[in-house]
Structures are given as structure tokens and as C-alpha cells.
Ligand binder design. Structure first.
Ligand SMILES: Cc1cc2nc3c(=O)[nH]c(=O)nc-3n(C[C@H](O)[C@H](O)[C@H](O)COP(=O)(O)OP(=O)(O)OC[C@H]3O[C@@H](n4cnc5c(N)ncnc54)[C@H](O)[C@@H]3O)c2cc1C
Length: 384
């Protein structure tokens, strides 16, 4: 690995050549799914979709300093950061808990963004009580036969493979009969039934398994020992692998500008004292959260405290994001009520949607109530 300065130049040159102007919009949402996928594949071809993963598994093999440079340079030109269920959840879990054979097979296509994954955890009767899941997998020769149903499976209509929690021992206590299984979505025996949302989009689905096939060698961790793997993946989902990213999410700018625009100023201050105070409090909370996440990142580097932070981080950033959007709605007043049609600016319509989608942030990956339970039990050690 070269010096930081020469690496920065290398990144700049590469981005100049490979990141087209229309991609430089800051986020996946603004870019659209197809174009975003192309962009992540381009990054993946250089190993930079997973810059910190070992080169032998398709990653960039970069240390933290070099990764930071890559992030900074991408942010500078508003290149959307890479992300997928494979990159942020399954990959980090496989790196820790997969066998070498499993890593060699599954990690490189994740890095190249060739195989898109979805998460088969929730079922109609198993959300917060995830270990109550009923989807069954029965071993036949060297394959499992899977029967059951999942729900709220994000991205299922476009996914190639699923990482799925299945019950392999129905007689064991509920946490002890679960396995963590990988299998292809595009096969007979898997039916995806999209769920249409209020905005017309269909990226969630119910997924039905009726004799779906999975190779026995695609169980991650021990058979019937999938609960530990499932929990570790949830920690990654809740922010363990990217505390600095979570910190940045808490530092979103915009409320002050929006406040100036909507309320005007008096003596250089926002005209409405009550809202001014709410915004100031939000900024303070966001700053405090960002610093806590920076501390968590430091602790993770030295191997302390990393796992405890997952639930606190998930709880805090999702509630913070909701508060931010509540304040934005208050600032916009009736302008924040638009859904479609004339009479509203595109940015106002986007705000309404943003407000709505942040409601989901305290549900997916475990609700705020569940995070509170975990914090009470595992961090504060409050007896049940
Ligand atoms: C945007 C989004 C994306 C999602 N993507 C996926 C995905 O890709 N894959 C997947 O598998 N799932 C996904 N989910 C599902 C998500 O994991 C579940 O919705 C979540 O775990 C809650 O489960 P539930 O909906 O069954 O609610 P329930 O578990 O029925 O909970 C209902 C309410 O009761 C509360 N509650 C439940 N138990 C307790 C308790 N012990 N103590 C206190 N309060 C409690 C909950 O907090 C909640 O308010 C997604 C959800 C959303 C919103």
C-alpha cells in the first residue's frame, strides 16, 4: 500500500475516469436502482465496493487510513457509497463465521455486486419474537428442502440469493433448533409475492417456500447453531460495522437552512424562538451522537465494546432521524402535507416521503422497544 498522498491521487484519478457526472448525486435513492447497481459494480471491479475486505475474497485490502481517504474522495464528488445486504450484513458475518470454502465462493460475487442478496428473517408470526420462526428445512441427502413463509423481505423481487433462518430441529428449545442457510431465489419452490406500498413501490415481498432446495454446505455456522450467526448479522445490520457512517447520518445538515427559509430571521436568529430551541437541541443531540459513534469506532479498533454499541446506535440514530423529520414537518407546516400533483415543490414532496420513511427506521432491524429491552438486559444488566 502506497503513501496516503499518493493513494489520494490514485483515487482521484480513478474516480475522474470511472465515476460519470450523472452518478455524482450523493445517494442511491437519487440515482435509481439500475444505475446504482452499475456504479457499485464499477467500484467492485477495483475492489472498492468492500475496500477493507481481504483481496483474496474480492475486497480492496485497504487499512483504515486508506479506506478513510477513499470515503473522503467519494464524498467530495458526491459519489454514492456502496451498499447492499451482501456488503453490509452477510459479508461481514461470513468473514467472521464462514468457512474458508464459503468465503471463497460467496464473498467475491458480493464484492463485484454480481449476486444480490435478501434477508429472510421475519415471518408472519415471528418479527420481534424472531426465534419463534416456523420455516422448516429438512435434510435430504446433501440438500435441505425448505418449506414455509417469510414476510417484509426487502429487495426480494430483485434478489438472486437469500440468507435465511430456518428451523432444522423442531423438537429443540426454540433458540436451539435454528440454522442459518443460504440458497438461490431463482428456483422452483420459491415464489415471491411483492407487497405494494403507499407510494406505489414494490421492493418488499412475501416469500413462499414450497420445496425450495439448498445445498447442505451452505449452512453458516453449526447446524442448529444459527441463532448465534443470526444475532451477529443483526449487530452488523444495526451499525456495528459502520459506526462512523451512522455518526454521519446523525449529522445531516438542513434543518437550520430550512428554518431560515421557512421562518425568516430576526436579529440574525431564527424568528420562532420555540422552534429555534428545538433545532438547537436536535443539533446538540446529533453532535453528541456523532461523538459517541466516533468513540465506538475507536473502541472497535482496539477490540473493546463493539458489540454493546449495536442496539444503542440503532435505537438512537433511528429516533434522532424521526425527530429531525418531525421538526422539518413543523417548519414546513401545510407545505409538508403534499403527496402528489401541482401546488407543491418537488423538494416539499420529497420531505413528506422522507418523513414517512423514517417511521420505518425504528422498526426494521428490530424495533426501538426491542433495542430498549436489549440495552436494559445486556448493557445496563437490569435483571428481568
Ligand atoms: C422498512 C422495513 C424493512 C424490513 N426489511 C426486512 C427484511 O429485509 N427482512 C426481514 O426478515 N424483515 C424485514 N423487516 C421486518 C422487521 O424486521 C420487523 O417488522 C420487525 O422486526 C418487527 O416485527 P413485526 O413487524 O412482526 O412486529 P411485532 O413483533 O408484531 O411488534 C409489534 C409491536 O409490538 C412491540 N413489541 C413486540 N415485542 C415486544 C417486547 N418483547 N417488548 C416490548 N415491545 C414489544 C414492537 O416493538 C412493535 O411496536 C423490515 C421491516 C421494515 C419496516
Amino acid at each position: 500500500m502506497g503513501s496516503i498522498d499518493s493513494f489520494r491521487n490514485e483515487v482521484r484519478d480513478w474516480l475522474e475516469e470511472n465515476c460519470p457526472d450523472d452518478v455524482r448525486v450523493g445517494s442511491r435513492d437519487k440515482l435509481g436502482r439500475e444505475r446504482y447497481n452499475e456504479w457499485v459494480r464499477t467500484l467492485g471491479s477495483r475492489g472498492w465496493a468492500a475496500p477493507g475486505w481481504p483481496v483474496e475474497y474480492g475486497g480492496g485490502g485497504l487499512d483504515r487510513e486508506h479506506q478513510k481517504v477513499l470515503t473522503e474522495e467519494m464524498r467530495r464528488i458526491k459519489a454514492p457509497p456502496p451498499g447492499s445486504f451482501g456488503l453490509t450484513m452477510l459479508g461481514p458475518t461470513l468473514l467472521e463465521l464462514g468457512t474458508d470454502e464459503q468465503k471463497r465462493e460467496h464473498l467475491p460475487p458480493i464484492c463485484r455486486h454480481e449476486i444480490i442478496w435478501c434477508q429472510g428473517y421475519s415471518e408472519p408470526g415471528a418479527g420481534s419474537d424472531l426465534a419463534g420462526l416456523q420455516t422448516r428445512a429438512v435434510l435430504e441427502g446433501d440438500e435441505y428442502v425448505v418449506t414455509g413463509q417469510k414476510i417484509w423481505t426487502t429487495g426480494a423481487p430483485h434478489a438472486d440469493w437469500i440468507f435465511c433462518l430456518v428451523r432444522t430441529d423442531p423438537d429443540a428449545p426454540k433458540h436451539e433448533g435454528i440454522s442459518f442457510l443460504l440458497f438461490p431465489m431463482k428456483q422452483q419452490g420459491v415464489k415471491v409475492s411483492p407487497i405494494r406500498l403507499i407510494d406505489g413501490s414494490e421492493h418488499f415481498a412475501q416469500v413462499f417456500f414450497d420445496g425450495a432446495r439448498a445445498r447442505a454446505k451452505d449452512v453458516i455456522g453449526p447446524v442448529n447453531g444459527g441463532w448465534t450467526v443470526a444475532k451477529r448479522l443483526l449487530q452488523h445490520e444495526r451499525g456495528v460495522s459502520n459506526p462512523e457512517g451512522r455518526a454521519a447520518a446523525g449529522k445531516r445538515k438542513g434543518l437550520v437552512d430550512l428554518g431560515r427559509e421557512q421562518l425568516g430571521t430576526r436579529d440574525g436568529k431564527l424568528a420562532d424562538p420555540a422552534l429555534r430551541e428545538r433545532i438547537a437541541q436536535h443539533e446538540l443531540d446529533a453532535q453528541a451522537f456523532a461523538l459517541t459513534m466516533r468513540r465506538a469506532a475507536e473502541e472497535a479498533r482496539t477490540g473493546q465494546g463493539e458489540r454493546q454499541i449495536a442496539s444503542m446506535s440503532k435505537f438512537y440514530w433511528s429516533e434522532l432521524g424521526k425527530r429531525e423529520q418531525d421538526i422539518a414537518m413543523q417548519l414546513l407546516g401545510a407545505r409538508g402535507l403534499g403527496w402528489e400533483g401541482d401546488g407543491f415543490e418537488a423538494s416539499e414532496l420529497a420531505r413528506t416521503r422522507k418523513w414517512l420513511i423514517t417511521r420505518a427506521d425504528s422498526i426494521w432491524g428490530g424495533t426501538s422497544e426491542i433495542q430498549r429491552n436489549i440495552i436494559a438486559k445486556r448493557v445496563l444488566l437490569i435483571p428481568e
